[in-house]
Design a protein around this ligand. Structure first.
Ligand code: NDP
Length: 446
């Protein structure tokens, strides 16, 4: 609950100004609740106007994306880039192509990205972008034409010293490739502005795997803190995209059994553990639906229109989208004995579900900490592009593990220091905030 008068007042102002930006208000509320001990201890911060500045993006770019479909019809989508905060480094954050994309979702993702990027310990500020374009059902040519049109506007706002976009929902290696081609054509630069590139043109080994692997390295640290390991744990994962697939792969490598995965149509349950070769073939090669898994694997069951949180598991790792785990799901998970929840997607847990987990002794990590491995490895891709030298898979993976371990240490120690031991929500938000706060104060009112 918000009790600090300054933060409460500021939140009320934001609510009055943008009452329909639900996702943005949700993330601000979660963060403000966590930051209260900082503002209680340092009331003079209120006089600096720091938070008034921090909740406003430095810049929002909104643009038209016109393109022609295979039937010759002119189509128009809305493109966005929210350059939220550059106090600790260039804006960095993914691009999302999904029909649900709107300003509220872009602003929430850009705001979260600031904390996440700060937690990595690397010099990267926060941004996010995308379009309300639905890649599903589009031809290869339509995807390419759309990406080219999107970049034809975006290129003038990005660059290796200003803003570095990457992938997110609906934007993978294929889309980054088309956008990089157009960026290069328009600017003449062959540089590290875009990350998540193919390996033959500047991409980093282990970038594809990084977010999902990083989530599991973080989960491993959480378990280690409790004197436990991944071995033989039953894991429920949602989603079947980039983050979910590589989280499932690493969890399996670490000895766990992944029993569920999902897409927006439903989920599959496989008691003997997800067969990742089959899953990758359906999702990464054929771009099919998750229901096909049950047709191919004996014993697997498909549940249409449902989410996986009703299955008995030790760990839950949501890896699909925002607000995909609500209070009823949280109650069911706890009833079924789940004691660890590690967010792979951004803000998958609703605020009341988060509070329920914390109140019921669930060791719960917010995505801005546990999924930070993706952006950290994107920053490593930029480093390799700058020095014109690729690192081996093992080198990148080792750095990734080190970064995830450092984030966990920082988060757990911060939670302890601010009187909320094991509260990883509070620890993540405060630890991410402190670096940004110090940088913003040092740089004056700007
Ligand atoms: P993908 O597009 O590769 O996969 C998204 C998955 O989530 C798909 O299985 C998709 O199913 C499912 N999904 C999307 N929207 C919904 C919905 N409304 N309801 C149910 N399922 C849905 O995206 P990523 O794996 O890259 O991203 C997943 C999450 O992780 C996002 O929250 C993203 O912001 C976050 N993230 C991603 C990073 C990255 O490096 N890619 C880095 C850090 C965070 P369907 O195919 O049916 O739409």
């Amino acid at each position: 609950m918000l009790t600090n008068a300054y933060l409460k007042g500021l939140y009320a102002d934001l609510e009055a100004k943008d009452p329909y930006q639900f996702e943005f208000l949700q993330t601000v509320k979660e963060v403000f609740e966590s930051l209260q001990p900082v503002f209680d201890q340092e009331p003079e911060l209120a006089k600096t106007g720091l938070m008034e500045r921090f909740v406003e993006p430095e810049r929002v770019i909104l643009f038209r994306v016109p393109w022609v479909d295979d039937q010759g019809n002119v189509r128009v989508n809305r493109g966005y880039r929210v350059q939220h905060n550059s106090s600790i480094g260039i804006y960095k954050g993914g691009l999302r192509f999904h029909p649900s994309v709107n300003l509220s979702i872009m602003k929430f993702l850009a705001f979260e990205q600031c904390f996440k990027n700060s937690l990595t310990g690397l010099p990267i500020g926060g941004g996010k972008g995308g379009a309300d374009f639905d890649p599903k059902g589009k031809s290869e040519n339509e995807i390419m034409v759309f990406c080219q049109s999107f970049m034809t506007e975006l290129y003038r706002h990005i660059g290796q010293f200003t803003d570095g976009p990457a992938g997110d929902i609906g934007v993978g290696g294929r889309e980054i490739g088309y956008m990089f081609g157009q960026y290069k054509r328009l600017t003449g630069y062959y540089d590290g502005t875009l990350t998540g590139k193919g390996l033959s043109f500047g991409g980093s080994l282990a970038r594809t795997e990084a977010t999902g692997y990083g989530v599991c390295y973080y989960a491993q640290e959480m378990l280690r803190h409790k004197g436990d390991t991944m071995d033989n744990k039953k894991v429920a994962i949602s989603g079947s995209g980039n983050v979910a697939i590589f989280a499932a792969e690493k969890a399996t490598q670490l000895g766990a059994k992944v029993i569920t995965m999902s897409d927006s149509n439903g989920y599959i349950y496989d008691e003997s553990g997800i067969d990742l070769d089959v899953m990758k073939d359906i999702k990464l090669v054929k771009r099919g639906r998750i229901s096909e898994y049950a047709d191919q694997v004996a014993g697997a069951v498909y549940h249409e229109g449902k989410r996986p949180w009703g299955e008995v598991c030790d760990l839950a790792i949501p890896c699909a989208t925002q607000n995909e785990l609500d209070i009823e799901d949280a109650k069911t998970l706890v009833e079924n004995g789940c004691r660890i929840v590690v967010e792979g997607s951004n803000m998958p847990t609703t605020l009341d579900a988060t509070e329920f987990f914390l109140a019921n002794g669930v060791f719960f990590s917010v995505g801005k900490a546990s999924n930070a491995g993706g952006v950290a490895t994107s920053a490593m891709e930029m480093s390799q592009n700058s020095i014109r030298m690729p690192w081996s898979f093992e080198e990148v993976d080792q750095r990734l593990q080190g970064i995830m371990q450092n984030i966990f240490r920082n988060v757990i120690e911060t939670a302890e220091r601010y009187g909320a031991p094991e509260n990883l929500v509070l620890g993540s938000n405060i630890a991410g905030f402190i670096k940004i706060k110090d940088a913003m104060l040092a740089q004056g009112v700007c």
